[in-house]
Design a protein around this ligand. Structure first.
Ligand code: SF4
Length: 376
């Protein structure tokens, strides 16, 4: 039984119409609908990479070249358009490289049973664009729910009120990156009133889904040290070369813990990718992509969410009544596409630790012995 429900009051947050948003502790300026007296649930900490052990059969398939279906795929409900504009967005170049498209209801309905039958375990619903811009998002989530898919949604939260199926999710991540309306508005190039709308939306979901793991995600960005949105791919568009007026959000980061817990949410603080990240990789081959993939709104299947539009396995995953993609998976074409990946050209590889483990610990490389792999 949840520790949360009895702590809710029925009071709803209300805003004075037309009153401009103010700087400062925004939450304190709003009536709370939620007054937590205990911490959100905290699982025991394990190293993120330990999750790989759960999927040892997939790992064995990577070793032999007999790939099992991906464990988790990204599902992009929208391509090519976002309602915000973050200076550090690692997806901005991919987004700018293609036209705006919205996944059709028909595709959403087929995706659940298709993934179930193929063997996919989880969906991360996010994309290089904002998923809630697709007003039919509930159709996708019902499709995944009916098929028994484990689902997480990552959103900027501005249109979160469109979602009526949050209870079907395993987690909900709100990419907020600020704890004050003034910082949020400056970083996202959007009116400060939208920050307050997000907070209202989060409170509403918290009230309706007391068991749901809701995370406030915060990327700490420093303009002079972090990779900017133009830096992630040499082969995709450069968005603009005008000097950025962004500085950072370090002061807001100090408030993240209390801010999140006051909302009954879990804080997740990450550093923006530093400049020159790719030079620090200690792997030379990408072995990680058979663990995932991306179904986009335009029917492309990309090998990797961090290299959308660069490594595309098929331009129509619905082709041949959805039979082409499973046939391509593990084929010579697939293996050759993986061989063509040059990791140093991927500036923001989120799977860099997985790649390092696969190359040097799971497989044998010139430095495997340095890890003394038999001493466990
Ligand atoms: S090296 Fe990293 S970013 Fe590049 S394709 Fe592989 S997993 Fe993706």
């Amino acid at each position: 039984m949840s520790a949360f429900p009895q702590q809710f009051s029925r009071q709803r947050a209300s805003h004075s119409a037309g009153k401009p948003a103010e700087d400062g502790p925004d939450l304190l300026a709003l009536p709370h609908i939620y007054a937590p007296v205990s911490e959100p649930p905290q699982p025991p900490e394990v190293n993120f990479a330990a999750k790989l052990l759960r999927h040892h059969e997939n790992i064995a398939g990577i070793q032999t070249g007999q790939f099992l279906p991906p464990v988790m795929v990204d599902v992009d409900l929208v391509d090519g358009v976002c309602n915000l504009d973050c200076a550090w967005c690692c997806q901005a170049q991919s987004r700018a490289s293609r036209p705006a498209r919205y996944m059709s209801e028909e595709t959403m309905r087929r995706l659940g049973p298709f993934c179930h039958n193929w063997g996919v375990k989880a969906w991360r619903i996010s994309g290089d664009s904002e998923p809630t811009l697709n007003r039919n998002i509930d159709v996708l989530i019902r499709s995944g729910q009916d098929a028994g898919i484990d689902m997480g949604l990552i959103t900027n939260g501005v249109f979160l009120e469109r979602l009526t199926t949050a209870s079907a999710l395993t987690y909900l991540g709100i990419s907020l990156d600020a704890t004050t309306s003034s910082t949020w508005s400056r970083l996202k190039r959007s009116p400060a009133s939208n920050f307050r709308k997000i907070i209202d939306n989060v409170k509403q979901v918290r009230q309706e889904c007391p068991q749901l793991d809701i995370c406030i995600k915060f990327v700490r960005f420093q303009a002079d040290e972090s990779l900017g949105k133009n830096d992630f791919s040499n082969s995709l568009s450069v968005l603009d070369n005008s000097p950025s007026n962004q500085t950072g959000n370090g002061e807001d980061a100090e408030q993240l813990d209390k801010f999140s817990r006051d909302l009954g949410c879990r804080p997740i603080l990450k550093e923006a990718y530093p400049k020159g990240l790719a030079d620090s990789y200690v792997f030379s081959r990408c072995n990680a992509t058979p663990l995932g993939g991306v179904f986009d709104a335009s029917h492309n299947f990309h090998l990797c969410c961090d290299a959308r539009s660069v490594y595309v396995l098929t331009d129509d995953y619905t082709r041949d009544d959805w039979r082409e993609l499973p046939a391509l998976w593990g084929s010579e074409k697939h293996q050759q596409l993986i061989e063509s990946i040059i990791p140093r050209r991927c500036e923001g590889c989120a799977k860099r630790q997985v790649n390092e483990i696969l190359q040097h610990v799971v497989m044998s490389s010139h430095c495997s012995s340095d890890y003394q792999v038999n001493f466990i």
